[in-house]
Ligand binder design. Structure first.
Ligand code: KIV
Ligand code: NA
Length: 278
């Protein structure tokens, strides 16, 4: 299988082929995402929330993103991999942004990076794209700024906010971005942004008018204890309950000595060779 390319991603918008993006953070999640046929895997800094147990994405480091990107690339060698640049690894000027993005590409193996923010990032995005690094933008609710924003609320409800978001989307496209994630944006505004630019929009909590959708792996599967019910999420399985039930049964069987049984054990004088019996 061949990974999606940037020109092909753009073509999907003009051909009205919806783009299916999903996060993944390690080898098995990436492998299953690739087997499911997702177009793009996002190694999101939501890693901080759903895998590392932080309250926000702020504590996630560049090294964390590189480490997890490497595992994802091994699991999904035929899928486009986009990795989030974490908190304060960009915005410090184009050169340091390029240095950090290059580490994500060279050490991590990602095909593109994603940055949260609007037209104030234009210079940094221009340098990245001129250096050959595809960039995905991210506007609307930007979780790295949650402490400044004061909560996870829907963006673009006032006409002033809406105009700013349209201007940001155009500035990102102008600077060379290949796609833009729209998070927690009203359906009307997300559709307007989508129509106003030539690059695909990928929505999360942004309604039906985007060129693609993205969800967090653990939300889709209800995998983990901190999964809140969010209006924007659809869960397609309840893996958390499945795992907890299986683990509870295992613990119970160890305590009652129901496991292991004879068939799991290796007698001294078996005709089976010990190595092939594993
Ligand atoms: O980190 C992440 O998972 C994201 C998506 C929610 C877009 O940025
Ligand atoms: Na993110």
């Amino acid at each position: 299988k061949q990974a999606l390319t940037v020109p092909r991603l753009r073509a999907m918008k003009s051909q009205k082929k919806p783009i299916a993006m999903l996060t993944a953070y390690d080898y098995p999640s990436a492998m299953l995402a690739e087997e499911a046929g997702v177009d793009i895997i996002l190694v999101g800094d939501s890693l901080g929330n759903v895998v590392l147990g932080y309250d926000t994405t702020v504590p996630v480091k560049l090294e964390d993103m590189i480490y997890h990107t490497r595992a994802v690339v091994r699991g999904a060698p035929g899928t486009m991999i986009v990795t989030d640049m974490p908190f304060a690894t960009y915005r410090l000027g184009p050169e340091s942004t390029l240095r950090n993005a290059a580490r994500i590409m060279q050490e991590g193996g990602a095909h593109a990076v994603k940055l949260e923010g609007g037209e104030e990032l234009a210079d940094e995005i221009r340098l990245l794209t001129s250096a050959g690094i595809p960039v995905v933008g991210h506007i609307g609710l930007t979780p790295q700024s949650v402490l400044q924003i004061g909560g996870y609320r829907v963006q673009g409800k006032s006409s002033q906010e809406a105009e700013k978001m349209l201007a940001d989307a155009k500035a990102l496209e102008q600077a060379g971005a290949s796609a833009i994630v729209l998070e927690l944006v009203t359906e009307e505004l997300a559709a307007a942004v989508t129509h106003s630019i030539g690059i695909p929009t990928i929505g999360i909590g942004a309604g039906r008018g985007c060129d693609g959708q993205v969800l967090v792996y653990h939300d889709v599967l209800r995998y983990g204890s901190g999964i809140r019910d969010k209006k924007m999420v659809k869960s397609y399985a309840n893996i958390g309950d499945t795992i907890r039930n299986a683990l509870t049964e295992y613990v119970e069987e160890v305590r009652t000595k129901a496991f292991p049984e004879e068939k799991h054990s290796f007698p001294m004088d078996s005709s089976q060779s010990q190595s092939s019996g594993l």
